[in-house]
Design a protein around this ligand. Sequence first.
Ligand code: HAM
Length: 451
Amino acid sequence: MSIQKPRGMEDVLPGESWRWQRVEAVFRDLAERYGYREIRTPLVEATELFERGVGGGTDVVEKEMYTFLDPAGRSLTLRPEGTAGAVRAFVEHHLDQEPGPLKLYYVAAPMFRYERPQAGRQRQFYQFGVEVLGAAEAAVDAEVIGLGVRFLRELGVEGVRVELNSIGDESCRPRYREALLDYYRPLRGQLCEDCRRRLERNPLRLLDCKVDRELAAGAPPVRDALCAACAAHYEEVRRLLGALGVEVVENPRLVRGLDYYTRTVFELVSDRLGAQNAVLSGGRYDRLAEQLGGPPTPGIGFAGGMERLLALLPGGAPRGAEEERPDVFVALVEPGRVAEALAAAERLRAAGLRAECELSGRSLRAQMRYASKRRFRLALLVGGEEWARGEATLRDLDGGRQASLPRGRLEEALARLEARRARPRAAPAGELRRLLAAADGERGEGDGDDS
Ligand code: HAM
């Protein structure tokens, strides 16, 4: 019998991987426009990192980790999320010494959770995300949430709402915990099995119960229990999001499933995703660096699920599918010209074109069938009379038009393309610098101060 992939894990096949690449490229570009730099951390970390960081009482750590002993007997875990590893790296490499705040992003990052597979929930899934370390201000919360919103907008995803809450910090959470216990203890008999288990350990999680939402609806809202500083922070986040034009829905039951959160928590949710409706989620974690043995460093970030995001993309595909098409198929009219065909394909690639060369000895008809199925834009025919005369024959595979031209002219065009590729991207900042220089010139003429 043939071997199959593990349950809850998916192959991304060539017909869909380009969609992933596009989304990843948009995220990378956007994160860099906001000043984030990429971090890549190991897929495997010491188990203790997640026990301490994510929290021993969470579902993720209690039930969902792929944990194993390595040959030397160390307990290692396939990472279930990216924040703990990023903060571990921050502490380990003393990144607090860099000019801060430190803004990190990751993309195409596989995560592993041993959950029951269902729509929107895999055992291996991919996250993109950002983490900001070293800034406690509400403005960071607003910018981070704004980045998530802009990302979805740039991809054309609609119908996503931002849910926002604050879960307080160590000064107000104990009081809130007591209030929750007072509310839930008399209701113990009505709680689901999971909630009964969580009640004393982590009563906040009961607000998130998927089995019985009514009980949670009657619980005291965390907002009423916030200390003055947390309440002010929350208000400021809301105000700044308003100023950015980001609409939020306040969700007093939003608590998130990981223990490191303090103050702001948020999720970008879509009703089109079914039960697993969060496409992107995150929050503040002002104590995490300390908990992992580092200097006290506030932090905030989010991660999004690639599979869920791809499910939301308009028309199932990101814009620009046309751009993914390969450019030129180098067809072999005579088998004896294979060396020239290989060289022609190399030349096209050097000029920046996506070119493939016939390698499998098919008839010209079969080659053309392949080229049109793979949606090549053009074919370059190598061999035949024209080729022998020093010409190149190009066929437009969209319109069907075909013509021959001296190969020297093709080479000139390719050389131009290659030169254009070699030029660095025109820096948009140059435009602003010219504006500055012009304005400075005007001022200089007006007030005589051109120093
Ligand atoms: P999380 O809510 O556990 O948070 O996961 C973030 C996102 O990953 C979710 O919104 C969802 O889109 C996706 N996701 C989670 N589990 C699965 C799964 N089993 N299958 C498919 N997609 C899934 C975190 O991981 C935090 N580290 C986020 C964060 C970053 N907070 C601060 N910084």
